[in-house]
Design a protein around this ligand. Structure first.
Ligand code: GDP
Ligand code: IMO
Ligand code: MG
Length: 428
């Protein structure tokens, strides 16, 4: 009975939600360990479409316990909005567990996220504006507010006062905004305390006991490898550890307990927000991928930047995460193209790089070295085995597998839960 990590191998929106959801009823716990409601996962089940932000995708599978780990940052207003919306659609939300050590996103951090971006001007990151960066910064600066602080008004007030001593100086003196009011912040946070209390648990203990009992656990990352605060395209990243290492700190389990690390990767590449993107297509082909793949953000509605598959990124994701499997998604989007180019290496100022350049300014200059594969025209939406795929689609997948260095265990051929070709069982 394995512990499986499911994470993004590119810049996010690879289809992690669908991949996790698909493991479905065979999974006992789905654990979110990083990020917050900056994530947006679309899961399609028959005629029903769900957009999840803060909650792990496992919440849609009956019998599965969804867990929000200590590494997540929690916007309590969003938490209850999402829970209420799911509950009104008949989803059982009663099993959700939240770590008492998870940090909460106070309203002043949403404000700070937005004004900081505005002040950055040309250097802006293009954040989701959800307060993610400032909340992780508070955690590291040791002025954060944790779920466990909500239950003691005196302690909560002390912590909010402490945080606002610094924050209000910045809001007022640097950004020319109104100061946040301690009473208002405390009373807003306290208003959620009674409702959140029954969900709060020592999730590290719960998860380790579940592992001891031989249960199946899926750790679902928000964001992705190239948005990871250490391994991504810094500073154009999110503020958490979205790579496999984040599971240990963000869920409170040891690395020896992880059996499998699955990277979800699109058959092409997308990115939302600013930052370098070597295979980006700024022409009609980029527009074609955006339209065909419906590449618009689930969280902010922004059009996603689109480009070709990047095998350098895939190899890098394989390395920094220790990937055991890849789930290749959205192969159907590439149907109907004469040739499908793939980036096999970079040209950086005349020098070939087969591996990710360590230096960010080199990465900014990277030009893709492309290899072209023959396309296919047949509708692949109903293919359920590898052999069902047109031969050129098979060749494309095998070529990606070869150059990415990790076996491709599943292939997405449509948004629906069923629209997947399984080559190797991820829970076996
Ligand atoms: P996540 O953030 O990684 O969970 O991904 P998103 O949900 O933000 O974006 C992936 C989008 O692609 C969603 O709209 C999914 O419904 C959709 N999707 C996932 N897998 C496939 C696939 O194989 N084919 C197609 N056409 N759509 C897919
Ligand atoms: P999922 O889980 C794609 C991007 C933002 C921005 C940068 C920092 O759906 O794959 P933040 O608000 O996190 O401080 O923004 O990270 N970003 C995402 N891009 N998918 C996501 O999540 C993302 N979460 C954050 O666009 O460039
Ligand atoms: Mg997404």
């Amino acid at each position: 009975m394995p512990a499986v990590v499911v994470l993004g191998a590119q810049w996010g929106d690879e289809g992690k939600g669908k991949a996790t959801d698909q493991l479905g009823s065979r999974v006992d716990y789905v654990v979110k360990f990083n990020g917050g409601n900056n994530a947006g996962h679309t899961v399609v089940v028959g005629d029903e479409k769900y957009a999840l932000h803060l909650l792990p995708s496992g919440i849609l599978s009956p019998g599965c316990t969804p867990v929000i780990g200590n590494g997540v940052v929690v916007d309590l207003e969003v938490l209850f909005q999402e829970l209420d919306a799911l509950s009104s659609r008949g989803v059982d939300i009663s099993r959700l567990l939240i770590s008492s050590s998870a940090h909460v996103i106070p309203s002043y951090n949403r404000t700070l996220d937005k004004v900081t971006e505005r002040f950055l001007g040309k250097r802006q990151i293009g954040t989701t504006g959800r307060g993610i960066g400032p909340t992780y910064a508070d955690k590291m600066s040791r002025v954060g507010i944790r779920i466990s602080d909500l239950f003691d008004e005196k302690i909560l007030r002390e912590k909010v006062e402490g945080a606002l001593e610094q924050k209000n100086q910045i809001l007022v003196k640097v950004y020319n905004r109104r100061a946040a009011d301690v009473d208002a912040v405390v009373s807003e946070l306290r208003s959620y305390a009674d409702r959140v209390r029954p969900m709060v648990a020592d999730t590290s203990l719960v998860l380790n006991q579940a592992l001891d009992a031989g249960k199946t656990l899926v750790f679902e990352a928000g964001q992705a490898t190239m948005l990871d605060v250490d391994h991504g395209t810094y500073p154009f990243v999110t503020s958490s550890s979205a790579t496999a290492g984040g599971v240990c700190t963000g869920a409170g389990i040891g690395p020896t307990r992880v059996d499998r690390v699955v990277g979800v990767i699109k058959a092409y590449t997308t990115r939302v927000g600013e930052g370098p993107f070597p295979t980006e297509l700024l022409d009609d082909m980029g527009e074609h991928l955006r339209k065909t793949g419906r590449e618009y953000g689930v969280t902010t509605g922004r059009p996603r930047r689109c480009g070709w598959y990047d095998a350098v990124v895939a190899r890098y994701a394989g390395r920094v995460n220790g990937l055991t499997d890849l789930v290749l998604t959205k192969l159907d989007v590439l149907t109907g193209m004469e040739k499908v180019p793939v980036c096999v290496a970079y040209d950086v100022d005349g020098v070939r790089h087969d591996e990710m350049p360590v230096d960010q300014s080199a990465f900014h200059h990277a030009k893709p070295i492309l290899e072209e594969f023959d396309g296919w025209w047949e509708d692949i939406g109903l293919c359920r085995t590898f052999e069902d795929l047109p031969v050129n689609a098979q060749r494309y997948v095998l070529a990606l597998e070869e150059m990415s260095g990790t076996r491709i265990s599943a292939i997405g051929v449509g948004a629906d839960r069923e629209a997947t070709i399984v080559r190797h069982d991820l829970l076996d």
